[in-house]
Design a protein. Sequence first.
Length: 151
Amino acid sequence: MKLSATTFRHGLNLWPPFLATGVHVTDLTDDWRHARVELRLRPWNRNAVGTHFGGSLFAMTDPFWMLLVMRSLGPDYYVWDRSATIDFRKPGRGVVHARFDLDEPTVAMLREATLGGDKVLHWFETPVYDAGGETVAVVRKQIYVRRKPGR
């Protein structure tokens, strides 16, 4: 049984790593092509200088590209996180957020590139913004995609 995007979003918000760090998934569309995540500054996710802990900024973005690609491609594909980087641009204070938008040309490119059984390593970039729209950090995730044999 596959969970709806809404049920999955509620589950992510109760998932201990997100719940404990204050990560809140505010939107996950039914077509699994868009997600929005927020992180509020709390005493338990502050660093030594009173701004967002870098690990929490990274965690808020961690699973989304893999999940969106996996659900958009369907069960005929292996989809894994392969690599990641984070570039901190300015101290994060207050509420920060990130958006993930998976477009049809990217999904089509991944399908076409894996037709012959080849793997594809694709980079996605996600800015994390503060309430004023300024970039706090940029997270890059490399996703591994391969069509399953015989599919």
